[in-house]
Design a protein around this ligand. Sequence first.
Ligand code: IVH
Length: 669
Amino acid sequence: MERADAAQRATELRERIHRHDYLYYTEARPEVSDAEYDALVRELRALEAEFPDLVTEDSPTQRVAGQPVDTFRPVEHRAAMLSLDNATTAEDLREFEARMRRVLPAADFHYVAEPKIDGLGVALLYERGRFVRGATRGDGRVGEDITANLKTIRSIPMILRGPLAASPDLEVRGEVFMPRAEFAQLNRTLEEAGEPTFANPRNAAAGAVRQKDAAVTARRPLDIFLYHLSAAEGVAFTSYWETLEAMREAGFKTNPRSERCADLDAVIAGCQRLEAERDALGYDADGVVVKVDSLERQRRLGATSHHPRWAIAFKFAARQATTQVEGIEVGVGKTGALTPVAKLTPVELAGVVIRNVSLHNEDEIRKKDVRVGDTVLIERAGDVIPYVVQVVESRRPGGTVPFAFPARCPACGHPTFRPPGEAYWRCMNSACPAQLKERLGHFGSRRTMDIEHLGDAAIEQLVDRGLVRDFADLYGLTVEQVAALERFAEKSAQNLIASIAASRGRGLARLLNALGIRLVGERVAGLLAARFGSVEHLKKASPEELAEVHGIGDEIAQSVVTFFADATNVAVLDRLEEHGVLVTDPEALEGPKPLAGKTFVLTGTLSSLTRDAARDLIMRRGGRVVGSVSKKTDYVVAGESPGGKVDDARRLGVPVLDEAAFVALTGRA
Ligand code: IVH
């Protein structure tokens, strides 16, 4: 191809890819399939490889580019990034308005209220519609240049559209965050890989944003909401609401929950509504930011050295409490990882009594220096499990000592070891009964083989008496053996044996999840079962064949291969099959896939099937189930007494199915 033609084609491809990025990441309404999108990117990469001088800074291929850096360059913000004054009650909000009245007595105030995102404030700079620099808030005056990291966030437009694109110099501010579902998934992956997890989405986002290597940031599921146009040379608006519309038109992602409020009563009602629905937002919000809508009034009100006078943050009730650490116990996980858990003086936190909190690993304990006897501040945010925010140093009693990891496994007495470069101390005894108990607990849990009556007490005794040494042994147990255990009568022994027998037909996906293969959780197990259809096929799969499956990377592929290369594992699977455990997924290969590519959210109670059965059905038919409703959701299935998810669906225009419509859609007879 001639250079001139290549240049023209490259420009065209860049524009199309940017547009598809926008539709997918900001609007959540893609117009092309993944395959079509990938083809465009491949073509652009090929062109740029042939004509390297055609590569532009804002090319979609440059989202992840450049070398890791040692330090971030400091950047001085054009105007200070101020913080916000706080309100915690409706009264505080009325005082906020009264203060403004004193400055502008004749004015009546209209507002915009929107979620206060619990993330990291950033400032993005655009010159003539092109993204040129992004910085952290820093101390408000000087931040750090994190352009390379921000470029990896696909909802940040590289090129603007509409009237804002013409501005020679434009700065927008917003909040980078990690959606809760993605955060949970990231932690599961980290945990399965034996790496330290993050305590909350904010910490995970903060770590990602300040990564020295942008390639790492690119693998972190970050998103952004923009909420402030701090400079826009040559463009003028009269209200914040209008500004938000222009920002949206330019391609920025703004919060769909922003609300225009005619007066303070509407603001207060809006704050209460958002607080009641905070868990359904899909991301952490710690309050509502209330802003005077008129930009002219904003200017006349001005700012103190700390915060603007025209805005205030209404803070949601804190979900924090303080309590004492009565002890630190060390548990042994499925893979032998030792996890320290703080035993707390029970304390109520947002309606739940908290007795234990994980201290994760040695580095976490050291960083926070949690000691037995300490008073700690704990927090429970959204559906995130509680964690220690910090030790209340002023209340530390005399004579405490830093926590030291045990040199021997608390369960089997084997020496413990912390492999270099890893976060966890481990019990190195593969026959450690505590590990086996954890693995059996996982094997029998509701989302895996769902063996009712196989509780901790039963597992404890079955392992301690040498009756169960691996998963397959479960299926050889007799009623007599179980009845001989403590606290088991004839009837309960029969129940356990019956539920073990009933678990044989759960199918391949659940079995694969149950086995506890490193990096293979529910999602990956589902993908493997759907693609390979049997243990037999999976056993023979090469790393390349495994990695070909959409959603399975090299590391997972390697882990699966390693698992099946171990003769002990294969022997257990053979014995499971001999006991009649279903090791295939007949439907996977032949069954109909009417739900392929569709995303579902389940809410309420269905009459003909349990939540788990509905979930399985969707996955078997090729669909996906997620926890909260977004524009990317295809259907919300609503049973009896559904929650706020139905309202979310209506607001976002997502179709809501009742049970009959859902069953019809799956094609289930
Ligand atoms: S407006 C001059 N809107 O909260 C106006 N801030 O405590 C600047 N934040 O530094 C702020 N969500 O990082 C605004 N919807 C929102 C926000 C928001 C989160 C952060 C922001 C700010 C901090 C103040």
